[in-house]
Structure formats: C-alpha cells, structure tokens
Design a protein around this ligand. Sequence first.
Ligand code: PLP
Length: 394
Amino acid sequence: MKINENYLNLKESYLFATVNRKAREFQASHPDKKVIKLGIGDVTIPLCTAVTEAMHKAVDEMATKEHFHGYGPEQGYDFLKEAIQSYYAKRNTSLELDEIFISDGAKSDVGNILDIFAQDNVVLIPDPVYPVYVDTNVMAGREVKFMDANASNGFLAMPDPAVHADIIYLCSPNNPTGAVYNKEQLKAWVDYANANDAVILFDAAYEVFVADEAMPRSIFEIEGAKQCAIEFCSFSKTAGFTGTRCGYTVVPMDLVRGGESLNKLWLRRQTTKFNGVPYVVQRGAEAVFTEEGQKQIHEAIAYYKENAKIIAEALDELGIWYTGGINSPYIWLQCPNGMGSWEFFDFLLEQANVVGTPGAGFGNNGEGFFRLTAFGDRDNTKEAVERIKAALKK
Ligand code: PLP
C-alpha cells in the first residue's frame, strides 16, 4: 500500500489554523482582554426568515408520507435550478437547467472539478489567492504556475500571451484582495482561454457584493465564456449558508475539450460520487431568490458593506493603501511602516487585540499585506477600528 505522496508536498499548516492558534494562545494568556476577530471570512448574520420559513415548511413535508423526499437528483432539484436560471436571466444570461449543478458548496466543487481533468495539465493560479485552488492541485500532483497579482496591477493578474496554461483560476470579487475584474479584463481572459484551448475556473462566491451595475457578476456575461469557462457560486456569503451548505456550479453545454463535453463528464462525476444536497436545504436556497428573500439577503449584505466602509474610512484616515471593500466584503491593506504580514498580525493582536489574516498566507505576493473582513458585528468592527487607529497612532 502506498499513500498519495503529493499530500506531503502540501504546506505544513493551513493558514487559518495558525491564525486561530495564535489568537487562542493570546486570549489564554490575557483572559481580561476582549479579542475581536476580523480574520476568518465567516458570516455572522443568521439566516433570513424567508429561508428559515421555507426550511421549516420543508421539514414538515418530510414528516408526511405524501411529501417525504428520499434520494433526490444528484445534480439538484429543478425548483432550485429554475430559481438560479431566473436569477441569471435577470442579468441577461440564459442558462439551460442541465448546465446548473447544485452542490454542498463552492469549496467541494472547486476541489472536485479536478477529477475531470488530466493530471498533466498546466494550471495557472493568481498569487495571492484562496488557498484551496493551490492545495487541491498539489494533492493531485499537478504543476502549478503562478501569475503575479500585486499593487501595480491592482491585484488583478492579466493574461500573458507568452505563458501557456490549460486550467486558469479566476476569483472575482477576489478573496483575499477584494479586487474585482471589469468586463474588458474578463474578456481578455476569455479570449486567452479560447486561444489556448484552456478552461477558466471562475469562482463567483462573492458576486452578490458587486454593487456597480457595470461590473460583471458572472463570467457568462462575457461573450465567448460559454466555450471556455466553468463558474462556481455559493449561498455561503450570499445568504449566510456557511453552516447550512449549498452552492452551485455552471458547466455550459458549449464547453468541449478533446472532443468531449465537460458538462457530460461533470454529470457523470457527480452522479457517481455525490448524492445531492438535502431537500430541506435546497428549499431554503430556493427561498433566497424570492422577492422577500432577495430583500432580506440584501439587508445583510448592506450591513456587511457598511462595516467595510467603516474599516476603509479608518484606513483612509491613517493613510494606508488598500484595495477592496466596495464591491467586496474583504479589505486588503498594505501593512504600515514596512511591517511584514505576520509581524503586523502580531502587532495588531498584541497592541489592539484584533485578529486579521496575514496576506503572506495567501501566497508570496501577499507578503507585506493584510486582510480584514467586513463579516463582523457592527459594534465589534467599530471598536476594532478605533483600537487599530489608537495602536497605529501611538
Ligand atoms: N470560494 C471562495 C473564493 C471562498 O472565499 C470561499 C469561502 O470562503 C469558498 C469558495 C467556499 O465557499 P463554500 O462555503 O460554498 O464552500
């Protein structure tokens, strides 16, 4: 028996585990201090009533012989796929129901999609980036090329015609940087992917934070994308489903590589290895798209965005460079006074008792940068900002 030795090539510890351990150790040795966490990207506002009412109703249905649901379709119920189809249609993107696959979240799908690609593909990943893209490829023993995202390109890497890639990861609005691609920039990526016979894996987990109508929320708003892209989305940040678990992936029928339909391969993968998302959860997710559901989730998004504004205004006052925070829940700032990412992490923890996420944990280009999130509670965010200001002005 041999283990998958690719696992030994993974970096020793996961970023958030280290952040949590440091925060825990600090709290244990300073029990009198209140540590505020603006680090991990988990939501804090509970599920909205449109969702919970739909879920309660679904639970009651499950208790009756007529409406009980056993195994559902692996790729999701039509009622939820139809709701997603209408959501895309509102932004003039037409999807077929069979192009939509419901899952238990974007993280699983982003990892699992690699099943349908050969091992010797060249993978292009922005640096810095959501660590799951890199780690899932390392696990599969794939070669990863990094593309630089940095202050000079606004943390939005663009295609380099001299570099060939087969699989390209794009995340917009971006985690960790909060940067968002505009339509022209995405068009350049779509053209590059089509010219290289590559596939773009587009992570739209934060699309709901895009307020600017001119900015794309889906790669399928770009002409030619259906021939080269797969899109991942999630109810986690959109509707507070981080603990409820539901997402969806769009694999267009027009996406063909090596003469094979990627939709067909993904369908085969999902029907073989996945048994669907709970009926109750899918009913909850469906309610997100009702008029009431949309109103309620947008109230929560507005709350988080106000937090982002509070953080951004403090950084403006301190003269600290940052991106994000407008069409995104993340604020990506340059560590002040030339501090390194972990150095600034320790400084904030010790001097302001605030926990953020060191940019270096997201890739080499993240060194010297730091991520704060707007997912906290309002009072805590305000207090954290005051403490950061006081610590830096000292
Ligand atoms: N994609 C990005 C860019 C994320 O930041 C996250 C979670 O933080 C996910 C995907 C995972 O989402 P889900 O909760 O749907 O698995």
